[in-house]
Write a protein that binds this ligand. Structure first.
Ligand code: MSP
Length: 589
């Protein structure tokens, strides 16, 4: 018997069932365009993935959680493909805001950041964010690296001292320009007290590299993804003028890294924070040749770096939309260029959108922060990960909604996948004592395949969906990956409804057919577990455990691997376990 969904797969409008399901399971914005080009550039041995490092002036909120889970999913997906991965995340511990928050709390900044840092560490543990490197900017290793880079740039004349005179906002701790004036020519109330000041500081020759940056962005189409962000960056670079103030006098800010060439100053914000991406990857500023024109573009300035660094760099850098311009798109790329990184060693910037609340930006001052700890407590880590990955398209903004979290968890995880697993295992136990006998029928599934892509025997449907899942994940779109998994689950549930195994089982002449049905479902669940593992690692383990699929039979150390998502891997004679509710429904009242 050829078990197929194709025969009943046409609905009245003639659309194949798989396509209808893909559209209907959930309104996923599955953009066809692929972001994978960047990934297919010649890859270093280790895939290096970074996130922004979070300010430690206040505890993490759901926006921080989103970015780290996104990076974790991408990192896990690359591990699933068998790549070596170095996933770096961490905390930005210096600066004005931290110094102020610590003063308000009446504790020294070092003590204050320790406490907040712990909250981030705790959250990543609860959310299964599995990083390989932890970037905390008070680490002496990092401080030395920042100082080494500053010294080099100073020695090369890239950093100079200058006096700035102008209007200064005491509240925002910054000099203001005419751009900050309102239509009435005055500085608005958001700036608080504004006074005229004169201050000496150190400056980095940013504008000297403007033409280089324009040409780099012009030559590399996927320097920033999505591409509308690259366009924004290009426009911003075209308007770039002036240099970057990189210091604060200690009289004003002392919670920072001291300038190696002037003890009266600390470096301010970006030179400290951005350098984390290389300092924690093993970059050694004392090893690279000075930034001579001859070295540029030839990789010469990097050649002397430790192999641990060269093995990782360049990175895929995941950041929020607010810190592309100017921080990462301008300051960071120019900093790297100035210390001799050639164009083909520039990182790629993946820019995500923001979770808002009721259309408004989440902020501590507006009092509309969503606490991820509370959500995990209430719904569990899987539910939060699912919502953060499933309800936002990478690059776009979305509105955070607890109602949607519950609604989609129940519909997709509890009703679709959870139900499928329990139906499958219950039938296996009932009709064949849990024993699978149907692997040999896989040729039959394939041979019989005549339908359109995504239709036909279940094995073909799954194979097709695996490809679509991969497309989504390669494009850094976990939402699309999840959507394809939900289509798989829905197809399998439909397969059960169409073939009504409970009726087939009543006919003693059709034992082989029942076995084939059960095998196909258990095998689909195994594939789903592999593919869902980057997104919901705990659930993936639970599925494997219930399938009783320990992996030692295959002799592999890694439990989940993309190459194992091939149809027909479960051997005949394998005995599945008993069902335990995979995703208990969330009851809201
Ligand atoms: N410390 C700097 C980054 C330095 S990177 C060298 C910083 N920290 S932050 O804590 O304000 O933000 C950290 C990351 O969280 C940023 O990428 C930011 O875009 C992201 N998000 C902050 N709020 C967010 C949402 N509401 N939604 C999604 N991401 C959000 O900037």
């Amino acid at each position: 018997m050829a078990i197929r969904t194709a025969s009943k797969a046409k609905n009245s409008s003639g659309i194949t069932l798989a396509v209808a399901l893909a559209a209907g399971v959930r309104q996923f914005a599955c953009q066809a365009r692929s972001f994978s080009e960047g990934w297919s550039r010649e890859m270093p041995k280790t895939s290096f993935i970074t996130t922004a490092i979070d300010y430690t002036n206040s505890p993490p909120h759901v926006g921080h959680a989103y970015e780290k889970v996104l990076a974790d999913v991408i990192a896990r997906y690359h591990r699933l493909k068998g790549e070596k991965v170095f996933f770096l995340t961490g905390v930005d511990q210096h600066g004005q805001k931290v110094q102020q928050s610590a003063a308000k709390a009446g504790v020294p900044p070092a003590e204050f950041v320790k406490e907040i840092t712990q909250k981030f560490v705790d959250l990543w543990k609860k959310l299964d964010v599995q990083y390989d490197g932890w970037a905390a900017t008070t680490d002496p290793l990092h401080e030395n690296c920042v100082q080494g880079i500053l010294q080099r740039l100073f020695d090369e004349g890239q950093i100079y001292k200058d006096k700035q005179a102008g209007y200064y906002s005491v509240r925002q701790e910054q000099f203001l320009t005419d751009k900050e004036r309102g239509p009435d020519g005055q500085f608005g109330p958001e700036w608080g007290q504004v006074e005229f000041r004169e201050e000496e500081n150190y400056y980095f020759r940013l504008s000297q590299h403007k033409d280089w940056l324009l040409s780099y962005i012009g030559n590399r189409k996927d320097a920033v993804i999505p591409d509308f962000r690259q366009m924004e960056l290009r426009n911003a670079v075209e308007r770039l003028s002036g240099d970057l103030c990189i210091s604060r006098p200690k009289s004003r800010l002392d919670w920072g890294i001291e300038l190696p060439f002037d003890k009266n100053f600390v470096t301010y914000v970006w030179f400290d924070a951005l350098t984390n991406y290389i300092s924690f990857a093993g970059y050694d500023p004392s090893l690279s040749a000075l930034n001579s024109v001859k070295e540029r573009g030839s990789n010469g300035a990097l050649r002397s770096q430790p192999s641990t660094f060269l093995d990782k760099w360049p990175a895929l850098q995941i950041i929020g939309k607010d810190i592309l311009i100017p921080a990462h798109g301008i300051y960071w790329l120019i900093m790297l260029h100035a210390i001799g990184f050639p164009d083909d060693q520039m990182p790629q910037l993946l820019v995500h959108g923001w979770w808002n609340l009721g259309g408004a930006k989440m902020s501590k001052s507006a009092g509309n922060i969503i606490d991820p700890f509370a959500l995990i407590e209430k719904y569990g880590a899987d539910a939060l990960r699912y919502h953060l990955m499933g309800d936002i398209t990478t690059g776009q903004d979305a509105d955070f909604s607890e109602e949607r979290l519950v609604e989609f968890y129940n519909a997709d995880l509890a009703n679709n996948l959870g139900n499928l697993l329990s139906r499958t295992l219950n039938m296996a136990l009932k009709y064949s004592n849990g024993k699978l006998i149907g692997a040999s029928s896989q040729a039959l599934y394939k041979e019989d395949y005549r339908g359109e892509p995504g239709t036909g025997p279940l094995g073909n449907v799954i194979e097709w969906q695996v490809k679509r899942y991969e497309e989504g994940m390669e494009a850094y779109k976990p939402r699309r990956g999840l959507a394809e998994l939900m289509v798989m689950g829905a197809q399998c549930n439909l397969f059960i409804d169409v073939h009504e195994p409970w009726k087939v089982a009543r006919d003693p002449s059709r034992t082989k057919d029942v076995n084939e049905i059960i095998y196909a479902l258990a095998e689909s669940m195994r594939v789903i577990a592999i593919l869902i593992s980057p997104l919901l690692p705990r659930a993936a383990h639970r599925i494997f455990d219930q399938l009783n699929w320990k992996m030692e039979l295959t002799g592999k150390e890694e439990r989940f691997s993309l190459v194992d998502a091939e149809w027909g891997t479960l051997p005949d004679g394998h005995v599945v376990g008993k069902p335990v509710q995979l995703f208990p429904r969330i009851e809201t009242n």
